[in-house]
Design a protein around this ligand. Sequence first.
Ligand code: FE2
Length: 125
Amino acid sequence: MKDLQKLEQLARSPTGDGLARLRSLLGATQAHITEHFRFEEQDGYMDAVRKREPRLERTVQQLAEEHRHLGQALDTLIRKAGAASDVDSALQEGIQAWIERVRRHEIRENDLVQAAFNMDINAED
Ligand SMILES: [Fe+2]
């Protein structure tokens, strides 16, 4: 996602107005990712995977739970950025770690969709 790339760049090398830009990017990221997670849960891959492969339900549940955790972790980062007086290394590292968690989450989702899809193809052979 574009937000994550921008956020990552800014967290790595904050500019003069870095904190203000960081706060605004964190806010934009929160709006987009909340919408993205809701889409995945309500209209996206989760239902499709459940229908195709009910045995993957547990993994789907874990990924939905991760949406909760990632959302809470982002809330915490937004609070920290709101209270900060500059972009310090703790904030930079917190943002970087969160971005990496989101990326790992996305990889697991892609793997899950692929697993469900491949199983479906095999079942049709
Ligand atoms: Fe997700």
